[in-house]
Design a protein around this ligand. Structure first.
Ligand code: ZN
Length: 161
């Protein structure tokens, strides 16, 4: 077994097991369902829905035509989320990337709140658009709504969300 206290242990490996002290101290910061989706890249993103869930015929963006929609595209590039992106950049003061978002949420409550608000608003709009596409009777059968329980299970586990 590797000694995580030794200088040879990788910083990433140590941090994966022992989160930075700032994460542990700030217990009032709660990972919302939608913030978690963006950070884990598992959510209402066409690439994920196409490759992992099998509910999208292609990984392409429904708004701008980007060939592969990921959390990164949603956060950094997609024209659909320009106003929300500008509002968040105005608060955190740097160009958005997954790395800058993680750095920001770890550095201040205000940034955590701003990033959470961005994720809540954008992901809620993406989910609403997804539900509309699912309800379309002419849609590809892959898109038909399934009685999913992931959100429901998450809400049961985290009732304050
Ligand atoms: Zn797009």
């Amino acid at each position: 077994m590797e000694d995580l206290g030794s200088p040879a242990a990788g910083l990433a490996r140590v941090n994966a097991i022992h989160p930075p002290r700032c994460c542990v101290k700030r217990r009032h910061r709660v990972l919302s369902f939608r913030l978690t989706q963006v950070l884990t890249r598992h959510g209402c993103f066409s690439k994920y829905l196409h490759q992992i869930v099998g509910r999208e015929a292609t990984p392409a963006c429904h708004t701008c035509g980007e060939p592969s929609v990921t959390a990164r595209h949603t956060l950094e590039d997609c024209i659909a989320w320009g106003p929300q992106r500008c509002a968040l950049v105005a608060v955190i003061g740097e160009i958005l990337s997954l790395q800058s978002v993680v750095r920001s949420i770890l550095s201040s409550d205000r940034y955590w709140s701003a990033v959470t608000s961005f994720c809540e608003e954008v992901m809620a709009l993406k989910e609403a658009a997804e539900r509309q596409r699912e309800a379309d009777v002419h849609a590809n059968p892959l898109r038909r709504r399934r009685p999913g329980g992931r959100r429901r299970r998450y809400t049961l586990l985290h009732p304050s969300q």
